[in-house]
Structures are given as C-alpha cells and as structure tokens.
Ligand binder design. Structure first.
Ligand SMILES: Cc1cc2nc3c(=O)[nH]c(=O)nc-3n(C[C@H](O)[C@H](O)[C@H](O)COP(=O)(O)OP(=O)(O)OC[C@H]3O[C@@H](n4cnc5c(N)ncnc54)[C@H](O)[C@@H]3O)c2cc1C
Length: 566
C-alpha cells in the first residue's frame, strides 16, 4: 500500500479544519500540513451556516453575560472554565476574519452588525446576511491557500485512525478518483469531521454529516462524550428539513399554531420565540401532539410568520430564507407563513477532548462539531457553534503544531494497514450479501425518528437499541452493487452507514442510561433535571459488545445550577 507522510493531518475542511490548518501554518512554516476532505472544502456543511457567529463586541455586553447565557442554555452541563475561555477568544476570531476579508453585515456607522438570537440576552450574533457560514468558509479557504506548507487532499475518504501505543501513528484513506487506499503517516492528527445528524431523516444537515471522525476515534479507543444530547432545531422547512435560520425569529418572526396563537407565551413568556432551541422544539412538538398543529400534506406543522417584517427587511436580512421557502416549499414569506417543524440539527456530544483540544490519545486533537470540549453541555445556543469551530479550530492547529515540532513519527504498522484494506475491500465491497445500504439506512433513520426524538422514554429507547443492533447484524450481509474502484460512491455510502450505526448505538445507550431530563434530552419517564445524580458527563467507550459507559464531573466555577426559566 502506498504511504504518504505529513507532519500534521487535519481531517475535515469545514470552519474548524480550515481554521486549524491556518493556525498550524502560522505556528511554523517548517511543518508539512495536509487537509484531507471527502468533499471539496467549500462543500463542507459549514457553508450552510446561516444566522451568525456569537461574540462579545459591544459595550453593554460582557464576557460574563455570554458565559452565563451559554451555561444556562447548556442546562448547567457545560464546563465553566472552558466556557469562560471560549467567550474571551470568540471576539478575536471575528476580528481576524474581518482582517482576512469576511464581508460582515454592517451597521449604519460601519461597525460589524449583530442580531439577537435564541437564548442570548444581548444581540451578539455577527452575521453576513443569512449566509454567514458561506462567507466565513470562503474567507478561511482563501487565507489557507496563501500558505505553501498546506496541501489539500480533496475527495479523499478517511476510513480509519491508527493508534500505536497510546499515540497517533496515522490514518488510512481512499483517494476517490483512483479508488486506492493509502496509509498516511502523521505526528499529529486533528479530527474536524463535523456532526452526525444524518442518523435522522428530517434534518437540516447535508448528506455528508455522518460522523465519520467520531466513529473512527471511538473505534480506536477514544471515548465519545455526552452523545445523548442531540439538538432539534425548531424551524426545519417542511417537507425537506432545510434550515430556516433562527435569525428569522431573531429579526422578529412569530411562531403560530392552528388556532393562530403565538403559543410560546405558554412555554417561555419572557423570551417567547427567542427561548433556546430545546424549549422551542418541545413547545412545537407539544402543540402538534395536542392537536394544535396545522394540517398539511406532510403531516401537522407549525407556521413561522414573517409577513409583518415587510418585504424590504426580508430581502435585506433574510434573502436566502425567502429564496429557499419559495423554491422548496412554494411559499413566499412576504405573503404567507412558512411551514416548519423541529428537525435534527446538531450534536452537543462528540470526541472527548479538553480545553486544549487534546484527546486521551497523544497527538490526536479534535475541533468543531465532531468534538466535545464541554462548551455546549446539554443544549447549544444558536451561533455558538461557528464561534466554537473558530476558537477551538485555532487551538487545535496550534497544539498539533507544537506536538509535531517536538515529537517524531510512530511506526505505521503494515498489519493494521492490511487489516483495514481487507475490512473495506473484502468484507464490505466484496460482500455478496443481499442487504442494501439505502434500505438499512432508511430503517436506521426511522428507528431514530420514532424512538430517539424530542421526547424519549425508557421503553422506546430499549426498542431502538434492539433494532439498531439488529441493523448492525444485517449490515454484515451488505451488498454494494458497484464493484468498481473509481469514485465508488456506493462504497462511501456503505462506510458512512457503518459509522452512523455505531453512533446511533452510542446515542441510544447514553440516552437510556441518563434517567433525567436536561437540555435537549427529555425523558417522559424522568421529567425532572436531577443534579444530585446526573450533573456529570457521559463517556462511551467502544467494546465488541457495545458501548461501556463511564462518567466524569462537570466543572463549575461561578454559576451554580438553578431553575432554568425564560
Ligand atoms: C443549515 C445549518 C445552518 C447552521 N447555521 C449556524 C449558524 O448560523 N451559526 C452557528 O454557529 N452554527 C450554525 N450551524 C452549525 C454549524 O454550521 C456547524 O456545527 C459547523 O459548521 C460544523 O463545522 P465543522 O468544521 O465542525 O464541520 P463541517 O463543516 O461539517 O465539515 C466537516 C468536514 O469533514 C470532512 N469529512 C468528514 N468525514 C470525512 C472522512 N471520512 N474523510 C475525509 N473527510 C471527511 C468533510 O469533507 C468536511 O470537510 C448550522 C448548521 C446547519 C446544518
């Protein structure tokens, strides 16, 4: 097998991966840095970020206020030392992007504009119309291209992480153009592979969001943390699930039920539509379950009414939303309310990493949505993710660079490379079974949507665990129709499905064990938050029989848990 060598390999070219590459390149021009991505960089899901990036930029706002909003939003499961670091770093990142050419939306007097966002008690979302991620990505990509020591391996699919004696040795990856597997030696690896919301059907996420990096780290012995916490975004466009940004409510949009009521007054009388996402998603689901949804051809939905904002404001602040609603739902928000319901949107959990993005494996760092540094706890606030990708992407790049400057390469064992080649090409591509990827994938998504959604119960989680384990068995009997090598997307989809099945299992096992309701994890059978027993993070370790769970404490600096009211 051909083997490449780079000092640092960054897996993922979204906001976190690009920011990490730039930080590593700025640390030293002697380092050979590679960014590996299964799609071209600017097709990473980060380009879809719409509403904004949170940072304290104005008088009247403060680090403490941003930290408090984040901790309260997290239902107190965030590590407060990490949150305090995060809020202080975020403004620096906004200014850096500004210097690198990001076209932020402006106030009348030319300052970077900021809009209100759910759960934030100050308008602190910096934005570029409703295409914030698109502009951030293009700014970062342009900047990364300036460094001669960054190489992009686009359309390479990483299949496994290789660890030797507790430290990173490298990776295996298929170059999709040739279909050949390569070993990649590296002193340091940064995982920046994004989220896994594609375990669900109704989701705001791109088809690429299959959690590959999380699953690879898990299989290599790194625990996954807080995986029971999946965010449901209140405004997924019906029927596609495409996101209607929280910025639409930030700009003043209303949520209306079949009776024409602004029902949020019953759930969050003060914040109304701008309560955090877990609360709004539960409110919408309750309205629908109690018969106050609006009947439509795709089942009951809720209306997002923007008409009172007027055409001019909608065109200036929410142009993408108007376009998307017209094209994909046949509704012009200037004239009619938009049909929406909760959609799977974000994973608060991910690869266990600390404030320096270090994982338990030496030389392995994690940043962006695939990582869990304990900032978002049980529920992330809107616009805190892109800030997180920037802040911890930069940290991961610096840390990986430091590590690569003071450590050598580990042996990349031929046995492991050959075993991986056998797994992918003989056991998956070569399998002559009679199960199909789209069938098992649809089943997995049905199981997750029926049993592991906004509201959960022990019974349903048990059912889901059994069914996902049965699907894992069925996967062993898979058949990929295309047996060719070049651009074998059938093989890629099979590998992604294999990863998501592991992640679905971890999500359910973690959710089943947590017998309380906190943030986005709502148990009908345990409706209260239970700080005495559950103010702790879940760690899930890979074993052949399924995840083994352990727990670690939450770090509290200033803010002791109180009732969470909005
Ligand atoms: C529609 C939408 C709107 C959003 N709006 C906002 C917002 O306004 N504000 C906010 O803060 N957050 C928002 N979010 C969340 C935020 O955009 C994401 O959490 C964040 O962009 C994730 O970035 P990332 O760098 O971690 O990963 P991604 O951008 O998802 O990139 C993942 C990268 O990993 C690569 N990769 C994955 N697997 C492999 C593999 N096996 N081999 C090789 N490469 C691989 C991919 O090719 C890709 O380059 C939004 C999310 C969505 C879906």
């Amino acid at each position: 097998m051909e083997t490449l060598t780079h000092d640092i390999v960054i897996v993922g070219a979204g906001i976190a991966g690009l920011r990490a590459a730039i930080a590593a390149a700025e640390t030293s021009d002697k380092l050979d840095i590679a960014v590996v991505s299964k799609v071209y960089s600017v097709r990473s899901h980060s380009v879809c970020a719409q509403g904004g990036t949170a940072a304290v930029m104005r008088e009247g706002d403060s680090y403490d206020l941003h930290a408090w909003d984040t901790v309260k939003g997290a239902d107190f499961l965030a590590d407060q030392d990490v949150v305090e670091f995060f809020v202080r770093k975020a403004p620096e990142e906004i200014v850096l992007l500004e210097h690198w050419g990001c076209p932020w939306s402006r106030t009348e007097d030319g300052k970077i504009n900021q809009r209100p966002f759910g759960g934030h008690s100050f308008p602190r979302a910096c934005f570029a119309a409703d295409m914030t991620g698109f502009h951030e990505m293009h700014t970062l990509y342009g900047k990364a291209k300036e460094y001669d020591n960054i190489t992009f391996h686009d359309e390479w699919f990483v299949t496994s992480l290789i660890v030797e004696g507790g430290a990173v040795a490298g990776l295996t990856a298929i170059q999709l153009k040739t279909g050949k597997m390569h070993g990649i030696r590296a002193k340091a690896v940064v995982m920046a592979t994004g989220g896994y919301a594609r375990i669900y059907e109704f989701t705001t996420f791109s088809h690429t969001a299959t959690g590959d990096g999380m699953a690879m780290a898990y299989r290599a012995g790194v625990p996954l943390k807080d995986m029971e916490f999946i965010q449901f975004h209140p405004t997924g466009l019906v029927p596609s699930g495409i996101l209607i940004t929280g910025g639409a409510r930030g700009e003043g949009g209303y949520l209306i039920n079949a009776k024409g009521e602004r029902f949020m007054k019953r759930y969050a009388p003060e914040k109304m539509e701008l309560a955090p996402r877990d609360i709004v998603s539960r409110a919408e689901t309750t309205e629908i379950m109690e018969g106050r949804g609006i009947e439509g051809p795709y089942g009951p939905y809720i209306a997002l009414d923007l008409r009172h904002l007027g055409e001019e404001k909608i065109n200036e602040r929410l142009p993408l939303i108007r376009d998307v609603a017209i094209k994909l739902s046949g509704v012009d928000p200037v004239e009619e309310p938009i049909p929406i319901r909760p959609a799977a949107h974000y994973s608060m959990g991910g690869i266990h990493a600390n404030i320096r993005t270090e994982t338990p494996v030496a030389g392995l760092y994690a940043a962006g949505e695939c990582a869990c540094h304990n900032v978002h706890g049980a529920n992330r606030l809107g616009t805190n993710s892109t800030s997180d990708c920037l802040v911890f992407g930069a940290v991961a790049g610096e840390q990986a660079a430091k590590h690569a400057l003071s450590n050598g390469f580990r042996e990349l064992s031929q046995d492991k490379l050959l075993a991986e080649e056998k797994r992918v090409f003989d056991e998956i591509l070569g399998s002559e079974g009679d199960e199909r990827v789209p069938v098992i994938r649809a089943e997995m998504r049905r199981v997750m949507s029926e049993n592991v959604w906004v509201f959960r119960t022990g019974d349903k989680l048990q059912t889901a665990l059994k069914e996902i384990r049965a699907l894992k068995q069925r996967f062993k009997n898979i058949r990929v129709e295309d047996k060719g090598k070049l651009f074998n997307t059938g093989l890629v989809e099979a590998l992604q499905l294999d990863f998501t099945l592991d992640l679905a299992e971890v999500t359910i096992a973690s959710a089943l064990a947590r017998t309380e309701s906190r943030g986005a994890h709502t148990r009908r059978d345990y409706p209260k938050r239970d700080d005495e027993n559950w103010l702790k993070h879940t760690l899930a370790y890979y074993t052949r029989e399924g995840p083994r769970l352990e727990y670690i404490p939450v770090t509290i600096t200033k803010w002791h848990p109180t009732a969470r009211k909005y």
